[in-house]
Write a protein that binds this ligand. Structure first.
Ligand code: KIV
Ligand code: ZN
Length: 556
């Protein structure tokens, strides 16, 4: 029977035979020249290509982010692209430090129409390409090597001649041997040299040679070898800006661009979130954030992540995966207890003047407009550290460890019962119900404290539905006095642990008291909040007593 899933159908991509491989020792210390191809390659891959209005919206975002080169379309092949280019120029939407780029095939009528679209533009990159791989040459174009070089030469010549007719624009030429990754390296160099012979670039007026991984066919190290080999053999290297344009068929477009940059490329083309044909183009956000997280200025402002996502999704109708590197909704969120604990400890110890070093958070999420509230989210996998972090962030509570343990099991119970995430307001409500106020429990209506050298006397008025009692007792302090007085409710309470702290600043700040008590032989935690610290403590004790009473009622 014929085998369907048969790896023998495929062959391995050959390694580049290379004696002096240098790029693995290089490090990335600066940003490449970026070129966004969102409005061309990205747009061509959309189910519904962008309207002129959407393109304007995305163009503005790209400018705001800081792109200095933006490929805006294929005006000779698409009416909306032509109109968009005209609009950018006629409505003076292109800032002085931004250069637009347009794509065209190496065919006369397309090149003429391309220049029509660009009339009046201050500066533009004209990007001409033809396919060069063995598969394209032999099966699609059915031409030999020389025949394909002729197409490239003709395109280069027409581009240069047409440019001369429009001397008011500063022209930059770009050539791509499309399907470079499937092209023999010596042939890729030959065809690019042929184009250079026509364009005659100089270091002052360089041209761009853009080497596309039109289809990603190998591991990224092989792509880097291809780039280093190409640059070692190309003529007039100092007059060439070497650009790479990687696609993501194997999921390594970013890695390939990074290694290619280490191998000598100067410029990187890509798109936001890697939109593009098939599995997409190289994701510029990921590569730029990779640089940023290594202390390298990416020369792009990615601080407004939510705005970027909003414009991207509005204009492309594509979602951003919640686990998308750096920008996904969940990438700075920890659900697991041990991760939450580690994050919380690192954030507490963190000194703002030192380099960022926080477990599980490769960057500070606030750099891209996320806040710490989103970092720790609670579900049934979460632990005490996470729950404590949420209450500290939202309510200012510094919960002692023994209370963290009790609270986290209460929250976990709730999460397991609901089989879902627990929001911070749910955690606060669980906390209040469990440790502060009990339904049908006793409440303090009023209290009076008499303090003397020898002892304290407390008188506390309590109510529970229609019942009223007054507890009056003396002790070594108000808490001791009140705990003795609780005998009147049938409660024997010994304090095991006690913590307190101010919740706000100022003279009328609220205080919070945490009491860990043995009540009738069982352990309970109670919490009280009040502007009066004594009353906060009495409330905490009563909360623990109420839990014991309610447990006794439940058993009875
Ligand atoms: O992927 C590709 O090869 C391209 C070229 C036109 C540069 O998009
Ligand atoms: Zn492409």
């Amino acid at each position: 029977m014929e085998k369907i899933f048969d790896h023998k159908k495929y062959k391995a991509f050959p390694a580049v035979k290379k004696a002096n491989r240098r790029w693995p020792d290089n490090t990335i210390e600066t940003a490449p020249l970026w070129c966004s191809v969102d409005l061309r390659d990205g747009n061509q891959a959309l189910i519904e290509p962008m309207t002129v209005e959407q393109k304007c919206h995305l163009f503005k975002l790209l400018v705001d982010i800081g792109f200095k080169e933006i490929e805006v379309g294929f005006p000779a092949a698409s009416g909306p692209d032509f109109d968009f280019v005209r609009k950018l120029i006629d409505d003076k939407m292109i800032p002085d430090d931004v250069t637009i780029q347009v794509l065209t095939q190496a065919r006369e009528h397309l090149i003429t129409r391309t220049y029509e679209a660009l009339k009046g533009c201050r500066r533009a990159v004209v990007h001409v390409y033809n396919s060069t791989s063995t598969v394209q040459r032999e099966q699609v174009f059915q031409k030999d090597r020389a025949g394909i070089i002729e197409i490239a030469e003709q395109g280069a010549r027409m581009v240069a001649e047409e440019a001369k007719k429009h001397p008011d624009t500063e022209w930059v030429f770009q050539y791509s041997p499309e399907s470079f990754t499937g092209t023999e390296l010596d042939y890729a160099v030959d065809i690019c040299n042929a184009v250079l012979t026509i364009w005659k670039p100089t270091p002052d007026k360089p041209v761009i040679l853009n080497l596309p991984a039109t289809v990603e066919m190998s591991t990224p190290n092989i792509f880097a070898d291809q780039i280093e080999w190409f640059l070692d053999h190309i003529n007039n290297r100092e007059a060439v800006i070497c650009s790479v344009h990687t696609h993501n068929d194997r999921g390594c477009a970013v890695a390939a661009a990074e290694l290619a940059f280490m191998a000598g490329a100067d410029r990187v083309e890509g798109t936001l979130f890697g939109n593009g044909e098939r599995t997409g183009n190289m994701d510029i956000i990921t590569m730029a954030m990779n640089l940023y997280s290594q202390g390298v200025d990416p020369k792009l402002d990615l601080s407004r992540s939510d705005d970027i996502i909003r414009v991207y999704t509005d204009t492309t109708s594509l979602p951003v995966h919640p686990r998308h590197p750096w920008f996904g909704e969940l990438v700075y969120t920890a659900f697991s207890g041990s991760h939450q604990d580690a994050i919380r400890k690192c954030l507490h110890r963190r000194n703002d003047n030192e380099p960022w070093e926080v477990a599980y958070l490769p960057i500070d999420p606030t750099d891209i407009g996320r806040d710490y509230q989103e970092v720790i989210r609670i579900n049934s996998q979460s632990g005490k550290g996470g729950v404590a972090f949420v209450l500290e962030q939202e309510q200012g509570l510094q919960i002692p460890r023994w209370l963290q343990i009790a609270l986290s099991s209460a929250v976990q119970e709730e999460a397991e019962n609901n089989a879902s995430e627990i929001s911070s307001s749910q955690i606060w409500s669980i906390f209040q119900k469990r440790f502060m106020t009990q339904e049908n429990g006793w409440r303090i209506e009023n209290y009076r404290l008499e303090h003397s050298r020898e002892e304290d006397v407390v008188e506390v008025g309590l109510s529970c539905q229609s019942d009223r009692i007054v507890i009056q007792n003396s002790g070594t302090g108000p808490l001791d006095a009140f705990s003795k007085g609780l005998d009147k409710l049938g409660v024997h309470l010994d304090i095991i642990d006690y913590n307190k702290h101010a919740l706000d600043n100022g003279s009328d700040a609220r205080a919070v008291s945490y009491v860990h008590a043995s009540v009738n032989g069982q352990r309970y935690c109670g919490v009280g909040i009040d502007r009066d610290i004594v009353l906060a403590s009495l409330k905490a004790m009563l909360a623990a007593a109420n839990q014991a009473l309610s447990a006794t009622r439940a058993v009875a």
